[in-house]
Design a protein around this ligand. Structure first.
Ligand code: HEM
Length: 142
């Protein structure tokens, strides 16, 4: 039996990751990828571009916190039927850790090198896929 709050947590994680991706795409399309001149915080929010770029970083951090929480909650539950969900959440956690603490920063430090922006998108799809898989797996359990 999977408690409702665990299912809700895993879906919230997917929705916040999805929002991070949409905001990231918006950042890219309005050309605000380098709007914030510092890392990890923006010294001052003086333009719409900086605001959106900072929002992307902030929502990314929230995604990371939710991903850690989902993975921890699942790892504390020993049920055999949860094994696939635990594995997917752990794989997603590895991917989002690399994204937030390495690839995201490199996108900026490389001045939006096309290969790094492509890698950033590739890792984002993995993160989204693993947590969507986790949430869909949990929802079909009693
Ligand atoms: C704090 C960490 C992060 C930083 C510093 C960061 C930085 C950026 C920047 C600067 C862009 C704009 C790239 C451009 O102008 O072409 C971007 C786009 C994007 N980001 Fe992030 N990001 C972070 C975390 C994440 C996370 C956790 C995800 C999703 C799991 C994500 C998904 C995306 C996506 C999908 C795009 C759009 C890429 C495109 O349209 O080509 N980002 N990010």
């Amino acid at each position: 039996m999977v408690p409702k709050h665990v299912k809700l947590l895993s879906f919230t994680t997917v929705i916040v990751i999805y929002s991070t991706m949409l905001i990231g795409t918006y950042v890219s399309k309005i050309g605000a990828g380098l709007a914030c001149p510092d890392w990890p915080l923006c010294p001052e929010i003086t333009s719409f571009g900086i605001l959106v770029e900072f929002l992307h970083r902030g929502v990314a951090m929230l995604s990371f916190i939710l991903a850690v929480t989902t993975s921890l909650v699942l790892s504390k539950r020993g049920e055999e039927e949860l094994k696939p969900a635990r594995r997917m959440a752990l794989a997603g956690l590895v991917a989002i850790t690399v994204q937030v603490f390495f690839v995201g920063a490199q996108v900026i430090f490389s001045l939006l090198h096309p290969l790094l922006v492509t890698t950033h998108m590739g890792v984002a799809l993995l993160v989204f896929g693993f947590y969507l898989g986790t949430a869909l797996y949990l929802i079909r359990l009693k």
